[in-house]
Design a protein around this ligand. Structure first.
Ligand code: BTN
Length: 247
């Protein structure tokens, strides 16, 4: 066991899911901030009931910390910004963008996903997977993926995790001192497709509209037929229009 700042880190070889390990841990602790990372997950979970393919060399970790559940929206954006900043610091020229609610894209492809779950008591679990060395093929995911190595960045998973924790703590401090507004503004400054057409896939439909921003709780705001609609959960896609030249 080691510490990164105030966070107690357990780095494990193989687990079902780092979220499962933090959930177990939160049954016996109060007040502590914990991280479980693992070299392999045998049952990594993604959002909306999907699997998370855990390829060798990638980073899988979960944070466990006490949090008021009304602040869930802020935590989603703080976590995504923490990853965004960590990658941007490794190469300030790289095209790193965010995608609602909590994906991070490099060169337009997904490099990181997050799964937030409730732990024991007031604990929130923020599970994060970062494609450090390898990316799953498109046939096994709903969105094209990439890795840091594909983008020319060779970093080890432990140093990435350390930098992330520093950035996460900085954004939490910003939120505690200044509230959600500057977090949302920074997130909106780096999100893909603001003001443009998006498709939101929910359980039973695909709906297209214009991405207008997010509300005070992090819900997506989409304009359809002249009205603003709030979306609480779903997957965002960017429609590819066929551009016909010289016809
Ligand atoms: C998604 O994009 O669908 C979310 C993926 C979340 C994956 C991470 S890997 C670490 C943690 N453990 C899990 O089982 N899931 C999260």
């Amino acid at each position: 066991m080691e510490y990164i700042g105030e966070w107690m880190l357990h780095d494990m070889d193989e687990v079902t899911s780092t979220n499962d390990e933090v959930l177990k841990l939160t049954q016996n602790i109060i007040g502590e901030k914990v991280i479980i990372s693992a070299r392999n997950q045998t049952n990594g979970r993604g959002r909306r009931g999907r699997d998370w393919i855990s390829l060798e060399g990638n980073l899988f970790f979960s944070l466990g910390f006490e949090c008021d559940f009304k602040d869930l929206g802020a935590m989603v954006f703080i976590s995504s910004l923490g990853i965004w900043r960590t990658i941007q610091d490794l190469n300030p020229l790289l095209d790193v963008q965010l995608k609602w609610p909590n994906d991070v894209l490099v060169n337009g492809r997904k490099i990181c996903g997050m799964l937030l779950e409730k732990g024991e008591g007031h604990y929130l679990i923020v599970g994060i997977g970062v494609n450090i060395k390898a990316a799953p093929l498109l046939v096994s995911t709903i969105y094209p993926c990439t890795s840091l190595l594909d983008a020319g960045i060779d970093v080890d998973r432990k140093s990435f995790l350390r930098s992330f924790i520093g950035n996460f703590d900085n954004y939490v401090n910003m939120w505690k001192s200044q509230g959600f507004a500057p977090i949302r503004d920074e997130w909106l400054a780096h999100v893909k497709g603001l003001g443009q057409a998006i498709v939101v896939r929910t359980d039973n439909s695909d709906e297209e509209g214009i991405f207008k921003g997010v509300d005070d709780h992090g819900s997506l705001l989409m304009e359809t037929a002249g009205r603003i609609k709030k979306i609480y959960a779903g997957d965002v896609f960017y429609p590819q229009r066929n551009i016909v030249v010289n016809e």
